[in-house]
Design a protein around this ligand. Structure first.
Ligand SMILES: Nc1nc2c(ncn2[C@@H]2O[C@H](COP(=O)(O)OP(=O)(O)OP(=O)(O)O)[C@@H](O)[C@H]2O)c(=O)[nH]1
Ligand SMILES: [Mg+2]
Length: 216
């Protein structure tokens, strides 16, 4: 007689697939001050964009499971596009942050040229993760980025960052405010924390289909 299913050691666990960790399998391809200098890659690419200090580099590190992107408490630290190749399978672009206070006009223009140049000319760009601080009211610059992505037909996902800083009671209303402010649907927004890891599985579930079908 066959043993009951639940006692079989060969029954695979049910539930979502665990999020892979890529520590030790990430190469930094470089730090690029102009979009035209980026290497052409054949693997799918995921970009992380958002205001300065919103947590782009921290989220990349938390998602990948290794400190590959430099983080900082000083807004505007990343002013170039930092490109990473993960497990020879997909690439990640850490875009420079925008919107920090007292930025001279020439720097704002340089940011615009760099990011617009990047978004307009990246053949394998599969999705742009737009990071927004979960604690803030919707801001015009973020709205403009989302609008631009929609216009360009680039798939995006809004990640509401620093979710750990909100109480349970604050979370649902905060996400609703962002959804309403940016006109995004429920499946286009996810709350994330690089500190507690909340939301990272949900974020990975959206990225995974782009990268898992990619040839090794
Ligand atoms: N509590 C909390 N702090 C976070 C989280 N993510 C980032 N931080 C903090 O926010 C600050 C900025 O994080 P970064 O990841 O450097 O932000 P960035 O968007 O890459 O910033 P720029 O490169 O300047 O555009 C750092 O002090 C981080 O420790 C988070 O999920 N929770
Ligand atoms: Mg950064």
């Amino acid at each position: 007689m066959k043993p009951p299913l639940e006692s079989s050691p060969h029954v695979p666990p049910v539930g979502p697939k665990p999020r892979p960790q890529f520590g030790g399998r990430v190469n930094m391809l470089g730090s690029f001050p102009e979009a035209g200098l980026l290497p052409a890659l054949t693997v799918p690419e995921i970009a992380f964009a958002g205001r300065s200090n919103v947590g782009k580099s921290s989220l990349i590190n938390a998602l990948i499971g290794e400190k590959i992107a430099r983080t900082s408490g000083t807004p505007g630290r990343t002013q170039t596009i930092n490109l990473f190749l993960v497990a020879d399978r997909f690439s990640i672009a850490d875009l420079p942050g925008y919107g920090f206070a007292k930025v001279p006009p020439h720097m704002r223009e340089a940011w615009k040229a760099l990011v617009e140049g990047y978004l307009g000319d990246r053949a394998n760009l599969k999705r742009v993760i737009v990071l927004i601080d979960a604690r803030q009211e919707p801001q015009k610059t973020d709205g403009e980025l989302i609008w631009g992505l929609r216009q360009a037909g680039l798939p995006f996902l809004v990640a509401a960052t620093k979710y750990d800083k909100l109480s349970r009671a604050q979370r649902v209303p905060a996400l609703a405010t962002l959804r309403k402010g940016f006109g995004v649907k429920e499946h286009e927004l996810v709350g994330v924390s690089s500190v507690t890891g909340e939301g990272l599985d949900a974020l990975w579930a959206i990225i995974a289909p782009h990268v898992e079908t990619a040839k090794k």
